[in-house]
Design a protein around this ligand. Sequence first.
Ligand code: FES
Length: 87
Amino acid sequence: MCHNRTCKKQGAAKVLAALTNLPVPDVTVTASSCLGQCGNGPMVLVLPDMVWYSGVQPHEIPLLVEQHLRCGERVKQMLYYRFHPQG
Ligand code: FES
C-alpha cells in the first residue's frame, strides 16, 4: 500500500497498521512509494491481481482481508473507480 506523502496525510499509517494486524499466509504487506494516484488515498494495490482500492479506511480492512486476501473476491464498494469503473 502507498505510504507516500499524500496518502500518509490521508491516514495511510492507520490503514497499514490494520493490515499488518491481520496477517494472511502467503500475502506480504508492503509500504510502497507513491502509486501515482495521489489524492485518492489511502491507496491499496493488490498484486498480482492488479486490483486497486482507494480511500481505504482502517475499519474496512477486516472486510478487505477476509473477502479479497483470503477468499479472492473483490470488495466492489471499495474499488478505485478510475481503474475499475464497472466495479
Ligand atoms: S502518495 Fe499515495 S498515490 Fe501518491
